[in-house]
Design a protein around this ligand. Sequence first.
Ligand code: FAD
Length: 524
Amino acid sequence: YLIVVFIMSKLINMDIAMSTGHLLDDTRLPSLPPALADKLRTDNDSISLASTDYGNIIRQSPLAVLRPSSTADIISLVQSSYVSSSAARLLTIAARGVSHSVQGQAMARFGVVVDMPSSGNSDDPDAVTVASIYDNASGEYLHYADVRSGVLWIDVLRATIKQGLAPVSWTDYLYLTVGGTLSNAGISGQTFRHGPQINNVLELDVITGRGEFFSGCSRSNISELFYAVLGGLGQFGIITRARIVLGPVQNRVKWIKMLYNDFSAFTRDQERLISINGKNQSNALNYLEGNLLMNQGGGSSDNWWPSSFPESDVERISSLVTDHGIVYCIEVAKYYDNDSRDSVLKDLDELFTGSGYVPGFKFERDVSLEEFLGRVRLRDNHDQAHPWLNLFVPKSRFSDFDNGVFKDIVLRNNITTGLVLVYPMNRTKWDNQMSASIPDEEVFYAVGFLHSSGLNDWQRFDRQNKQILQYCKDNGINVKQYLPQYHTKEDWESHFGSKWRTFLTRKSRFDPKMILSPGQRIFT
Ligand code: FAD
């Protein structure tokens, strides 16, 4: 048996050396169990795919890609790495969803990338299973879906909506994996009301960096690992299953956009609208976001953001933007069904009475829930780089941010061509025990500069991103990056702030050899 293991591991190493073109010193891969041999890919296509991401900025090649057919395969890989890795010979492992990161976060240079969708995708009948239990405490049914972590959110929607249910908290774009977004937070226009996606998880199955498998981690069972992994940037374990909260579906959506030429009116209305967020407040919106429209071509003309402005209004919207330099757009949605239609229309009328949008610049659509949730589609982006910057900005300094960043840096540089998202959320809807780091204020804004550039042209956007961060630093605006990209230990420490100590303790407990998700560059 030992001889077979030995020969297999040699063969695997030789294969990798040939296909990657590296002169491989075969001590780099530990003796991996023979059962993994036919699931490890070292061909050029597999390596090349795992060396890139949506950002198209960083390229790092792993030694091999694991296409697991079961959780056991991943456990086996992590255990082998844990047992054989030493500081001198570290075999790192990155779970990879669909690599919609922009700075190599799902890569593992000279390590192994685990292709999570292989271990259960939408073709698998067990990938998403829906159930309901009666909750004695609330006297209500609790609905949930058990989902394999490599499944896309669009497939969670398709599987649950058939049963009249759907997750309550979403991302804008649904072609992202459950494991990938739960490792960050998962935010969208529902976050102000339901919290990020990480807050709507009941249970997780997780493989730690020691190769231990824990099933059913929750707020009351193995809670330290549960909290660590949610928003944990892949640092503490590989999520293999998540139990996601579902709510009953209302099939229709009133989808409204309003344009503002005054920043104070824009933020006042956004903050007022998100303050109505209680469970029993029937007039609460289901979704609220916002974005900037600028002369430079941002906003509605962006190549992946759907323009929901009527064609016939585009000209007068453009004039408004030309007159003001920046126009702020609030976008809201309210779900309804046949029974609630009339009361929803009345609630919306009342909600917008006295709003500060420019008269005549309110646009309404009526669409199905599926059309609304699936509204963001991408064209093929292989020929573009995405030097994105996502920030959480505390409300108390948002006006300074507007003056220094939107109205100065961004307008002066005159390069912003992608969408700039701007919307507030409530801190109370986040669970502070989870790893995700947010500003220490009750209300804070998500600001996303979602740039697209040519493959050799991303540096000027990167320079603008750095200018923005420097401006915030110089002016004491305590922003936190979402989908963070830091380069020094000090920056990570400052990002996590009072959570940094807990982050380190959890790392030493669950991944002491620092095997997992090296592409985040926190410990490597
Ligand atoms: P990957 O990029 O593959 O992985 C991200 C990180 O998570 C890596 O460190 C990886 O190692 C780790 N990881 C992946 N799977 C697992 C797992 N099962 N267990 C543990 N760790 C794991 N984010 C939002 O919050 N809201 C949005 O509306 C939104 N829209 C987006 C739209 C586009 C077009 C793009 C490109 C990104 C968007 N994002 C959004 C960001 C997105 O949520 C993150 O980039 C997320 O990581 C992407 O998921 P993924 O499956 O591609 O993860």
